[in-house]
Design a protein around this ligand. Structure first.
Ligand code: GRF
Length: 206
């Protein structure tokens, strides 16, 4: 099966780095075909170039509307024969043209135990709500914001002295472990959706 990834970023790119590292270490059997950013200043673009990856920057302001933008992203991915799209801190809602080009083939990582705390500043939301357990979720992307079927989750404790920064850092460690693992699960196939449930019928051997 085609294991070519397209990674979409907007910022720091630490999750991109964890995917690059997992591939280099042989823990993730995939190839990164392209890294696309919507922001030219994204630090992740630099990381990608340092890793020798092809990068593309597409800015919304150069396109006439959201659909045109999403269609252009889909085109860049298709041109490179991408099979799985990984959002890694991509700060845009994914619209129809992209969803339809890659049905159930777009993953996102979110820094909360969904369905709790979707949207922006998930770690702050968790801290302010007062939950004792926080975490990270990798899910398939649908039209619902942070609402698609869940592939993997990881939990971390919220400690009494936590700030948004310390909690985010603890969650990030889990994100970096979880995302490459979830990508491997999706690429390995043998899964299906049962309603909202992501069901693996033929788990990859461990
Ligand atoms: C991560 O916390 C991720 O869960 C969220 O955005 C952040 C991106 O961080 N979607 P990075 O750019 O991967 O370092």
């Amino acid at each position: 099966m085609n294991r070519r990834l397209g990674i979409l970023i907007s910022g720091r790119g630490s999750n991109l780095q964890s995917i690059v590292d997992a591939i280099a270490q042989g823990d993730l059997h995939a190839t990164i075909a392209v890294v696309i950013s919507n922001r030219p200043e994204a630090a992740g673009l630099l990381r990608a170039r340092e890793a020798g990856l092809e990068t593309v920057c597409l800015r919304q302001k150069d396109f006439d509307g959201r659909d045109a933008y999403d269609a252009a992203v889909a085109e860049e991915l298709r041109k490179r024969d991408v099979n799985l799209v990984c959002l890694a801190g991509f700060m845009r809602l994914v619209g129809r043209p992209l969803l339809e080009a890659f049905p159930n083939r777009i993953l996102n990582i979110h820094p909360s135990l969904l369905p709790a705390f979707p949207g922006l500043e998930a770690q702050r939301q968790a801290l302010e709500y007062g939950v004792r357990i926080a975490g990270a979720t990798v899910h398939l992307v649908t039209e619902a914001l942070d609402g698609g079927p869940i592939v993997l989750q990881a939990a971390v404790p919220v400690l009494p002295a936590d700030t948004v920064e310390t909690l985010s850092a603890r969650i990030l460690v889990e994100e970096h472990r979880l995302y490459p693992q979830a990508i491997q699960v999706v690429l390995d196939g043998g899964w299906r959706l049962d309603g909202r449930r992501f069901v693996v019928d033929a788990p990859a051997s461990v």
